[in-house]
Design a protein around this ligand. Structure first.
Ligand code: HEC
Length: 193
């Protein structure tokens, strides 16, 4: 959604959406599209941050930066009643552990992380504290660059830093194309009030 464009057309568009969402229930297709674009934006920010940290100070610095930047970027992207984060069946950061529903979805996604040429995704609208909450998950497949910190043969230096920073790390041993985890995106308008 282009929020920064000025003009009546955009304002009208936004208020229609707001009424829709708070009222009879948002058009789910619209929420899915919005969740996808938020996942892409968060993913792109994460990758850019990771890449520049690795270029500046190697993988060890990449891990350190990821430790502080990943949760901070998730916070930055959690705006306007949306919240975004990541989860996985085997987590590095215990704070990213999945709940029961997410665990089920991750298990299904791990059988086929890519479906119809795009990352597998799933969503539902459920009751949360008496209000409808939209919840969307999107698979994150393991790419080439990810193997350096999540693969089978991480270097000694990487392993040492991981053990120091994440003593309970479960997030190595992945192969190319394996499901590494998923984005979890929620829309809950009441959270703003
Ligand atoms: C430089 C090392 C490094 C590289 C390269 C890396 N990661 Fe990570 N990854 C980490 C660290 C550190 C964390 C924990 C971040 C935190 O504390 O929230 C993490 C966490 C994650 C998580 C959140 C779930 C969890 O295990 O806590 C996912 C999903 C993830 N990485 C996917 C990827 C993908 C996909 C790639 C490749 C595009 C990738 N990572 C590349 C270091 C790395």
């Amino acid at each position: 959604m282009t929020l920064r464009k000025s003009g009546l057309a955009v304002l009208v568009g936004l208020s229609v959406l707001a009424v829709d969402v708070v009222g009879a229930g948002a058009d789910e297709a619209e929420l899915v599209a919005e969740a996808r674009s938020r996942a892409s934006a968060f993913g792109a920010d994460l990758q850019a941050t990771l890449k520049s940290a690795i270029q500046a100070g190697g993988l060890t610095q990449g891990i350190e930066v990821c430790k502080s930047a990943a949760p901070a970027l998730a916070d930055q992207h959690s705006v306007e009643s949306w919240s975004i984060g990541r989860t996985a069946l085997r987590v590095r950061n215990p704070g990213n552990a999945p709940d029961v529903w997410q665990t089920e979805q991750l298990k299904m996604m791990s059988a086929a992380p890519i479906q119809d040429g795009r990352p597998a995704s799933v969503w539902r609208t459920r009751d949360h504290e008496g209000q409808p909450m939209f919840e969307y998950m999107q698979a994150i497949p393991t790419g080439e660059v990810c193997l350096k910190c999540h693969g089978d043969n991480v270097s000694e230096g990487v392993q040492k830093t991981l053990t120091e920073l994440y003593p309970d790390d479960q997030a190595t041993g992945f192969g190319l194309g394996d499901l590494r985890g998923a984005f979890v995106i929620r829309y809950w308008p009441v959270a703003d009030q």
